[in-house]
Structures are given as structure tokens and as C-alpha cells.
Ligand binder design. Structure first.
Ligand SMILES: NC(=O)c1ccc[n+]([C@@H]2O[C@H](COP(=O)([O-])OP(=O)(O)OC[C@H]3O[C@@H](n4cnc5c(N)ncnc54)[C@H](O)[C@@H]3O)[C@@H](O)[C@H]2O)c1
Length: 441
């Protein structure tokens, strides 16, 4: 610790096992679980995970202190993780991974014994909210509150059966239809009354969020669903001292946007339009083929450029740029998405230029390390006494949650600085400002 740094906050140790529960045991969740087990067996490296691979600079550049984040911050070790899930499709993790087709047999088959043991608990699911799916492994109850109480019982049973000390949740379930915040989301009292009354604005993802917070389980939202991003559930999270984060993993095209757009803005280059289109053929693509689910995704994807480029502040550069996002369900591609971006930019004296990006990515391969980091960081945040929205985890999301009245931060590099500075702050180290004048005094 440098002399000007504050003492670290009181952080409970990462003792015992950590349970990671995923509502949804599809492509992302199974790729995540398989990957963690493969790493534990020494067969893979945790590529793409900050918690496992990134270093963090501490103090002055001349101090030469740059430990791995996992050696600096008390995170749960991979060996201490246990997995559980809910899914309306009864396939165990091996069968689900095989169907998802992300991992090749040479990686999947050696993990068969391990993955076959992970069987999804019956889900709270209603086809009304994910129209393209048919679920058979589904709970029944007298109303939505009753269903949410059953989820709470599942969490308690899972904790007992797996012997874990703490639990976190990362939503890896499907994208639900678009729901606008309404009166039932404005306060906890209204939300709970609406659960009893089976109100249609209460989607399954919200019931998971409520149940998790009630059980002191940090809830991280990998889909664009409203879920925990309502005044009602934030009230509950703050009251119970539970961290929450969301929304929508930032993996392919949007991740690229949050790299390129800050670059254009940094150089004060204009934007006339950005056209993004994708083909993908996994189950997520099928769900997003429904216009109501796509609307939820579209809202999440469209907000990024406006927030980064701030057209109201820079009308000469960014007023009225055109932004189009398309997702096309194309089965032959499976999880191996292909995205094309055409970016019409404007330079000196108004001369037009174009940037083309052709990204052949693997959606779940990009998302899996995000699930791991969110699980480990949100558990750490909980042990450090953090609660409510974890803005420092915006780095991982397309549509980051922010306090009421605050613009979310979308710029990937500001998000990264925020993340690392939060770790430094919690551990009692100096913030890094990059001023650097001290080296030239
Ligand atoms: N892969 C990525 O790059 C990426 C990026 C951003 C967001 N996401 C989001 O992550 C989520 C998972 O993606 P995926 O590719 O694994 O999709 P997937 O379709 O393979 O898996 C989703 C699973 O969720 C289950 N599910 C649906 N409703 C549920 C409910 N109410 N409770 C529990 N389970 C439920 C489905 O049965 C399915 O098995 C999607 O919402 C997707 O939009 C993925």
C-alpha cells in the first residue's frame, strides 16, 4: 500500500465453496461450465477472463508492481466452484452442450461424466415471454409469488446439497419479449402485489431476480430482459445489501462498437451511419427471430452509439446518424455467428470514408469467460459489502445499468479503468489517473 492510499475495506474471505446458479442451461451456460472444468483439469487456459488472466498495475510505473488480479483480490478459486441451473428443457449439461454444438467432441467427450451430473431444476417458464420455446421441465404454482417462493426453496436446497457457503446467479436464459417498465415495477410493494395478482408485466426473469435477492444471492443479468433493472428490485437489492448487475453480455458486434466508436470520437471524426447485420443459427438466434424478443435485444444494441458519441454535444459530427441492427436466423451457422458492419465516417472538409468489419465469432466462446468473471466479481463485491447496481461491471454489458438520472458508461476503456480502479479502491491502493507528471518533475 502506498502512503496516500486508504486502508482496504473489510472484505470477508472467500472461504468454502461458491455455488454458481444459471437460470438457463443452453449454449452459453454449458460452454462456461465445460470450460471451467476443463481449466480445472489443466486441459485449457482461461482465455478471455480478466479474473484469471489480467494483471493490474499498482502504484507508480517505476514500482513495477503488476500482480494478476486473482492474486491481488481475494476471489474464489476455480476449484471451489460448484454449478447448478434451471431450464425448462430437461437436458443435462452434457446433452445440452452437445445439442448447442459449440464445443467439438474432443473437448466435450472427456467431460461427459462431469457434465451429465448437472441436471436443470424445473424452471419458472411461460411461453408467453419466450414464444419460440416449448418447455416441459416447468414449475406449477398458484400464482407468480408462489413460483418465486419455489425458486427460493431451490436455492436453499442447492446450497445444502452442494455444501456451498455462498451462491451467485448469472442469467443465461433466453431473451424474453420486450416489457416496458410500468407501475408494478416502481416499488417493491407494487411488485410483490403484482406477483400475487399474476400481473403480465412480471416476467419469469424478474421472479428469479426477486428470489435470488431474497436469498442474498447476487444477480447478474446476461440478457437484455428488464429483470432486475427496475426501481422495485433495486429497492430490494439495496435493502438486503445484495449486488446486482446487467444487462446483456457484451460479446460480438456491440463489443466492437464500444471499441471503434470511442476511437472515432477521440479523433473528432464524424459518423453518417452504421449498419450492422448478423447471421446466426443457434437457439438464441431462433428465439431472437421472434420480433418481440428481438425488440428487447434491439433496444439494448441501439443505445450504445448514442451514449458514446453524444450527438447533442457534437451535432456537427453525430447529429442524425443512421444506426441499423439486424439479426438473421440462419441455421447452418449454429453458434458460429458472422457479423458485418458498414461504418460511414466523415473526415476533414466533410470527406466520406468507410470502415468494414467482418467478424466471424463464436458467441458462446466470447460469453463464457464473462459469466465466470461476473460470478467471481459479484461474489467478491458481496463480501466487500457492496450492494445494488455494480456500475464497475459495466465492462461486461451492452446495456449497463446505472443509477437513476445517470447516463450509462459505454466506452470499453473507461469501463475497464472503472473496473480496475474499483478493485484498487476496495483493496486500499491508489487510483491510477494516468497523469504521469511526476515522472518528469
Ligand atoms: N452468446 C452471446 O454472445 C450472448 C451475448 C449477449 C447475450 N446473450 C444472451 O444470453 C442468453 C443465453 O444465450 P444462449 O446462446 O446460451 O441461448 P440458448 O438458447 O442456447 O440458452 C438459453 C436457455 O435458457 C432457457 N430458458 C428460457 N427461459 C428460461 C427460464 N424462464 N428459466 C430458465 N431457463 C430458461 C432455454 O430453455 C435455453 O436452454 C440469451 O438471452 C442471449 O441473448 C448471449
Amino acid at each position: 500500500m502506498t502512503p496516500s492510499a486508504k486502508p482496504p475495506v473489510n472484505i470477508k474471505p472467500a472461504s468454502g465453496k461458491l455455488g454458481i446458479l444459471t437460470p438457463g442451461l443452453g449454449a452459453v451456460a454449458t460452454t462456461f461450465i465445460a470450460g471451467v472444468e476443463s481449466i480445472r483439469r489443466g486441459q485449457s487456459k482461461p482465455v478471455g477472463s480478466l479474473t484469471q488472466m489480467a494483471t493490474i498495475r499498482l502504484g507508480k510505473r517505476t514500482d513495477n508492481r503488476a500482480p494478476l488480479i486473482k492474486d491481488f483480490v481475494p476471489l474464489t478459486k476455480l476449484e471451489d466452484i460448484v454449478f447448478g441451473a434451471w431450464d425448462p428443457i430437461p437436458d443435462d449439461a452434457y446433452t445440452a452442450a452437445k445439442k448447442a454444438g459449440v464445443l467439438e467432441p474432443q473437448h466435450l467427450e472427456p467431460l461427459k461424466d462431469f457434465l451429465s451430473q448437472i441436471k436443470p431444476m424445473p424452471a419458472v417458464f411461460d411461453q408467453k415471454y419466450v414464444t419460440r420455446l416449448v418447455g416441459t421441465n416447468v414449475k406449477t404454482g398458484k400464482n407468480k409469488r408462489d413460483l418465486a417462493e419455489q425458486l427460493r426453496q431451490d436455492i436453499r436446497d442447492f446450497k445444502k446439497a452442494s455444501g456451498c457457503e455462498r451462491v451467485v446467479a448469472v442469467w443465461c436464459g433466453s431473451t424474453e419479449i420486450f416489457i416496458k417498465p410500468s407501475a408494478v415495477h416502481q416499488s417493491l410493494a407494487a411488485f410483490e402485489a403484482a406477483m400475487e395478482a399474476d400481473h403480465e408485466d412480471i416476467a419469469p426473469s424478474m421472479l428469479y431476480a426477486w428470489a435470488c435477492i431474497m436469498e442474498d444471492v447476487p444477480y447478474n443479468n446476461g440478457a437484455p430482459n428488464l429483470a432486475v433493472d427496475t426501481p422495485a428490485l433495486l429497492e430490494l437489492a439495496n435493502a438486503r445489501g445484495v449486488p446486482v448487475s446487467g444487462k446483456d453480455f457484451k460479446t460480438g458486434q456491440t463489443w466492437m462498437k464500444t471499441i471503434i466508436a470511442p476511437g472515432l470520437k477521440a479523433r473528432m471524426l464524424g459518423l453518417a451511419g452504421w449498419y450492422s447485420t448478423n447471421i446466426l443459427g443457434n437457439r438464441d438466434g431462433e428465439v431472437l427471430d421472434d420480433p418481440a424478443s428481438f425488440k428487447t435485444k434491439e433496444e439494448s444494441k441501439l443505445s450504445v452509439l448514442h451514449t458514446i458519441l453524444q450527438p447533442e454535444k457534437y451535432p456537427d459530427l453525430y447529429k442524425d446518424f443512421s444506426h441499423v441492427v439486424r439479426i438473421n436466423y440462419y441455421p447452418p451457422r449454429g453458434d458460429n455467428k458472422e457479423g458485418w458492419d458498414n461504418i460511414d465516417i466523415v473526415g476533414w472538409m466533410g470527406y466520406p470514408m468507410q470502415i468494414k468489419v467482418n467478424f466471424l465469432c463464436r458467441d458462446s466462446i466470447l460469453a463464457a469467460p464473462i459469466v465466470l468473471d461476473l460470478a467471481l466479481f459479484s461474489d467478491f463485491a458481496h463480501r466487500a459489502g457492496m450492494k445494488g447496481i455494480q456500475e464497475w461491471l459495466s465492462f461486461y454489458y451492452k446495456s449497463p445499468m446505472a443509477a437513476a438520472g445517470l447516463e450509462p458508461e459505454h466506452d470499453l476503456f473507461i469501463q475497464q479503468t472503472k473496473l480496475k480502479n474499483t478493485l484498487r479502491h476496495l483493496m486500499g491502493e491508489d487510483q491510477i489517473t494516468h497523469l504521469g507528471l511526476e515522472y518528469y518533475a
